[in-house]
Design a protein around this ligand. Structure first.
Ligand code: ATP
Ligand code: MG
Length: 566
């Protein structure tokens, strides 16, 4: 089911099949050789990584072939839409690195033209008002192999249809009382042609047009026409719209001519393991408090991934890797995680933080003395420079890095054993102090003063190297350790278990009292990628205050899930 092989994901190394089709149109001089795409989010939720795939296609292809891409808010259902979503969508597209210039449009801008077109179709006998309930209409739809039944209202006079449609829009009738339907063919093998609904009555005010309209167009009646009104040449969308394409073309032909006609092309949507992608489900998680909000770092939303510390480049690289095909697939989230590690490895500033600290006292180091050691900011890129880190008599190391009775291959600290403190000295464990319950409170060590880098003993080899921070200088902070939100591979699959029962109970662990070296605390900012050496990639959470720094773990250094599955 998974498609992890990038080479099968893309038809040829060079262009995706969508790019090939667009290129052919351009070369054939269609639409005067213009290329204009659009990204059409419905402002009823935050964008998720699936949308990022569509954004990379819509904006990317325009960039590649010298065209333009419109941002069109598909705001045809005032019941679910909100300006909060409009703002977040804008921010997320910009963050991904794309721009729509002055081409920001709203389907609601076309309500007047769409209404005029509907009136025209009524006058031409191509649309009628149906007084039946939605249940009655659904019951007459038929099946793919059985024709539907014609509505008793199908043959109303043009005058009556016009009168009713106008009164529908004046608010005279209740929601659900009447709809406007296209009069096409109740026996058509394509169910979407069986007199599809064009308009329904909605009385909730619209976030842009207020109470001007009481009838709102359905997707199929709005989308292609909006494309046409905007001059869109290629309307690229996901595979579930393949079956809508004939209807798209049917309505668009009412407007278009030889010189210009938009064309719909479909690619496979992004589905990710351990993730739900439907906005409806994501909204449920938010509304039911199962996550902290749309931008909870465990969410697959762009804002969640941003807060978590994912970089735009890692998301775009991931989307390039999986490519665009004509077949549905479920992509492994480890491919995304790989892209994130790959990018963060190049850009993250290295530093030291101890997540589960235990104190080490270096008994032969002078009390009150401090020195500094120099640390690479990023060994992957020398131009990232270095920073200084204080060293003193008392330090913290990870509790896990010490064992009193270690197994054979334990290359960390143990009684009478030696390890190197990264960037500093070799220390040797001489004893421990325990509390009444036998828990280790402090570890005692001596250090080898000749073992610091630059000194004669620096070449001396020991098996283990530990990260550490100076106890007197370290800053206390909080870590939020995030993991996958769901514990099963395909939580979106239709099973009898509700997706909310499949949440990973360990998707967030909050650890207080972590110890962070001063430099990291000083430079930390939301979105700035950091690597806590030997621990993982982190970034500052916007909830931080100067007195309480909170670090989000973007991702661990290695894929612990892969190991667990072996
Ligand atoms: P829902 O999640 O409720 O199905 P939607 O994802 O269709 O809603 P829209 O705002 O209508 O939400 O989507 C805008 C555009 O993003 C559409 O062109 C749609 O095809 C595309 N898109 C949505 N989800 C994905 C996905 N998982 N992968 C690729 N493209 C997607
Ligand atoms: Mg949609």
């Amino acid at each position: 089911m998974e498609n992890n092989n990038p080479s099968t994901a893309q038809e040829s190394k060079g262009l995706s099949f969508v790019e090939q089709l667009v290129l052919e149109d351009l070369q054939a001089g269609k639409n005067g050789g213009r290329l204009n795409t659009r990204f059409p989010p419905e402002p009823n939720g935050y964008l998720h990584i699936g949308h990022a795939k569509a954004i990379c296609m819509d904006f990317g292809i325009a960039e590649k072939f010298g065209g333009t891409c419109n941002l069109r808010f598909d705001d045809t259902n005032p019941v679910k839409e909100d300006v909060e979503y409009v703002d977040s969508i804008r921010e997320d597209i910009h963050w991904l690195g794309f721009d729509w210039g002055d081409r920001e449009y709203y389907a609601s801008d076309y309500f007047p033209q769409l209404f005029d077109l509907a009136v025209r179709l009524i006058k031409e006998g191509k649309a009628y008002v149906d007084d039946q309930t939605s249940e009655e209409i659904a019951a007459q739809k038929g099946t793919p192999t059985q024709p539907g039944t014609e509505s008793p209202y199908r043959n109303r006079s043009v005058e009556e249809n016009l009168d009713l449609f106008i009164r529908m829009n004046q608010g005279e009738f209740e929601e659900g009382a009447r709809v406007l339907r296209a009069k096409i063919d109740m026996a058509n093998p394509n169910m979407h042609f069986r007199d599809p609904i064009m308009y329904r009555i909605i009385k909730t005010p619209h976030h842009r047009t207020g109470t001007t309209w009481k009838v709102y167009p359905m997707y199929d009646f709005a989308h292609g026409q909006s494309d046409y009104f905007e001059g869109v040449t290629h309307s690229i969308c996901t595979l579930e719209f393949v079956v809508h394409r004939p209807l798209y073309e049917y309505f668009v032909k009412e407007l278009a001519d030889e010189s210009y006609c938009p064309r719909q092309i479909e690619f496979n949507r992004l589905n990710l393991t351990y993730t739900v992608m439907s906005k409806r489900k994501l909204l449920q998680l938010v509304n039911e408090g199962l996550v902290a909000g749309w931008d909870d770092p465990r969410m697959p939303t762009i804002s969640g991934l941003r807060r978590r510390g994912f970089t735009p480049r890692s998301i775009r690289n991931f989307i390039d890797t999986i490519g665009y095909t004509k077949y549905e697939a479920l992509n492994s989230i480890s491919l995304l995680e790989h892209a994130v590690r790959d990018d963060l490895n190049k850009v993250a500033t290295r530093g030291m933080a101890v997540i589960n600290p235990v104190k080490v006292v270096i008994t032969n180091y002078p009390e009150g003395q401090t020195e500094t050691v120099e640390m690479d900011n990023n060994p992957e890129s020398p131009e990232a420079g270095t920073h200084e880190m204080p060293f003193s008599r008392e330090i913290y190391i990870e509790r896990d890095d010490f064992m009193e009775n270690p197994p054979k291959k334990f290359f960390r600290l143990a009684p009478d054993g030696e390890v190197r403190l990264k960037g500093a000295y070799i220390i040797k464990c001489t004893g421990v102090k325990k509390d009444a319950e036998g828990n280790i409170e402090e570890i005692y060590c001596t250090y080898d003063p000749e073992s610091r880098s630059g000194l004669p003993g620096s070449q001396r080899k020991v098996k283990g190297t530990l990260h550490w921070v100076s106890a007197t200088h370290a800053i206390d902070a909080t870590a939020r350790l995030y993991d996958r939100l769901f514990s099963v591979e395909n939580p979106g699959a239709e099973t009898e278990r509700d997706f909310r029962e499949l949440l990973n109970p360990d998707s967030l662990k909050v650890v207080e009292g972590i110890k962070v070296e001063p430099y990291l605390a000083e430079i930390a900012a939301p979105g700035l990628p950091l690597q806590f050496q030997r621990i993982g990639y982190f970034t500052l959470d916007p909830d931080s205050t100067p007195g309480n720094l909170i670090f989000n773990r973007t991702i661990a250094l290695k894929d612990s899930w892969e190991k667990a599955q072996k």
